[in-house]
Design a protein around this ligand. Structure first.
Ligand SMILES: Cc1cc2nc3c(=O)[nH]c(=O)nc-3n(C[C@H](O)[C@H](O)[C@H](O)COP(=O)(O)OP(=O)(O)OC[C@H]3O[C@@H](n4cnc5c(N)ncnc54)[C@H](O)[C@@H]3O)c2cc1C
Length: 480
């Protein structure tokens, strides 16, 4: 019997798990996919928002501001990239300038420090390549960037190191409540837990209905992106937003922690929760909006497109984080759309506080270790570190991904990490193999061979990402 079962291994579920691992409780995360960080936490804008645009007195505002304050320390503990680069919201006319003034008032009400309106000249001093036609901008010094999937993976790994069990391939499809506990079942197995945390992202509404814990609706809102390679990196140093609308924060252009540049997201409400396709219209729109912010961008350097889906709560514009009013011991962490990444460092404490109020006994885990270190990437080493690394492990001398300088040693380390990576995309999220200009054209077969060698899977079994994404048809001649 687990004390707590968390449904969903996104950044929310993983942050809650890591927080619970500070206590002497038996915790599991149940995840329907074959890896952590496959939902919204995989594909988003990667911005640690300062917190000026949340509606005051909401859970969103509270957790965004607190989470942003804690993010730097958390990233340090977990060895996750974090850069404080500031953000500008650009105003191209008087109406948009009024929006900046409203955002400034919200910043004051949300207690967000270091936010101010800049005139045209000062905006260009902060970011010289922005459009000359802007008339003002809202500058938030504390806005930062991170790597969302790395944060998710690191939270999950640290939780595992501290005793949490992650059960992958477990799609919860039945929940039964008895007086004392919950029985959570997938197609082929069940587990028991005294408390449940619903962090199932897009499917949180369906999970809630499985045990009549509350009736709400999650609307999937797709956001498409385009990614440019490092050749554009000198053109941008801060996060650039345009004035927000009721659909979201608007299209941004921003550097990533890896010094590529990306633009997005679009915002389109959909019926299909799984549709992460990208479209020509989306790309055309992003091209138009990104050169509006930075006219000198060379769109010939776009290397890929991708999309993420926000889990938007239909009933109110806020996160739903509370113990179910209908079912004792069932805690909702639902409707975690943007700024859920920024809020994640505060999410764990919030949910654990609710579990405590619901009766969960929390004794300190004296062995909790907050530190997690990832396998050092060859790309980031000095020449002398590289020589030493190759002597220590010759696999450090074998380059698997040429675009991103990823070695065989890094791929092997990812496969044997506390949350093992055994798909092409899982390796990509941990090492960057396949994220460069050739988008995996060179490294994918090599990564497959290493996965096969290290795990014993045959080549036909290896998946790109989710189920059914086999790269080689198993019945082809020459493939077992
Ligand atoms: C386009 C876009 C841009 C964004 N930009 C930002 C940003 O810049 N800054 C920011 O702060 N936030 C941003 N966000 C929001 C942020 O990405 C989310 O708030 C956060 O990732 C939500 O994490 P989560 O763990 O709640 O959900 P998810 O990451 O979606 O995780 C939910 C998990 O539950 C699993 N699951 C679902 N059903 C079941 C089941 N039946 N059984 C078991 N497991 C199940 C899923 O497989 C998934 O792994 C953005 C989001 C999007 C989509």
């Amino acid at each position: 019997m687990f004390d707590v079962a968390i449904i969903g291994a996104g950044v929310t579920g993983s942050a809650v798990a890591r927080e619970l691992s500070k206590y002497d409780v038996k915790v599991c995360i149940l995840e329907s996919e074959n890896d952590v960080a496959t939902g919204a936490s995989r594909a988003n804008s990667a911005i640690v928002h300062a917190g000026y645009d949340c509606v005051p007195d909401t859970m969103m505002a509270k957790l965004n501001v607190l989470g942003a304050k804690k993010m730097k320390q958390l990233c340090f503990e977990l060895d996750v990239p974090y850069k404080n680069i500031g953000s500008l919201v650009l105003a191209f006319n008087e109406d948009e300038k009024k929006v900046l003034e409203e955002l400034l008032i919200r910043a004051e009400r949300n207690n967000v420090p270091d936010v101010r309106i800049l005139n045209q000249r000062d905006s260009h001093i902060v970011e010289p390549n922005i459009n000359k036609d802007i008339i003002a901008s809202l500058y938030a010094k504390n806005a930062s960037i991170t790597s969302p999937y790395e944060l998710n993976i690191a939270l999950a790994e640290n939780a595992v190191i501290n005793g949490v069990e992650i059960i992958l391939d477990f799609k919860v499809d039945k929940i039964t409540k008895t007086d004392e506990s919950f029985k959570l079942c997938a197609k082929d197995r069940c587990i028991d837990a005294k408390y449940v945390v619903n962090a199932a992202g897009l499917y949180a509404d369906e999970i809630s209905k499985l045990c009549n814990a509350g009736d709400f609706t999650i609307v999937p809102r797709k956001g498409e992106y385009m990614m440019m390679d490092r050749q554009e990196s000198k053109k941008l140093h801060t996060v650039l937003f345009q004035a927000p609308s009721k659909m979201g924060k608007g299209v941004l252009v921003a550097p990533t922690v890896e010094e590529t540049i990306f633009a997005g997201p679009t915002a389109l409400d959909m019926a299909d929760k799984e549709d992460t396709s990208t479209t020509l219209e989306g790309l055309e729109y992003l091209k138009k909006m990104s050169v509006k912010s930075v006219p000198s961008l060379n769109l010939g350097n776009v290397i890929t497109q991708f999309a993420g889906i926000r889990a938007v709560l239909k009933e109110k514009h806020d996160f739903l984080i509370e113990e179910s009013k209908q079912v004792k011991g069932f805690v909702q962490a639902a409707g975690i759309c943007s700024p859920g990444l920024s809020a994640s460092p505060a999410m764990g404490q919030e949910v654990v506080g609710i579990l405590k109020d619901a009766g969960l006994e929390l004794k300190i885990n004296d062995n909790f270790n907050p530190i997690r270190r990832k396998y050092k990437s060859f790309r980031e080493m000095t020449d002398s570190e590289r020589s030493k690394a190759i002597i220590e492990n010759p696999l450090n001398g074998k380059i698997i991904c040429r675009c991103e300088t990823v070695t065989e040693a890094e791929v092997v380390a990812a496969i044997h990490a506390p949350v093992p990576a055994v798909t092409i995309d899982a390796i990509k999220r941990r090492t960057r193999a396949g994220m460069g200009r050739c988008q995996g054209g060179f490294c994918m077969p090599r990564v497959m061979e290493i996965i096969s060698r290290e795990t014993g899977m045959n080549m036909g079994e290896i998946l790109k990402a989710s189920y059914g994404s086999n790269i080689i048809l198993p019945n082809r001649k020459g493939v077992e």
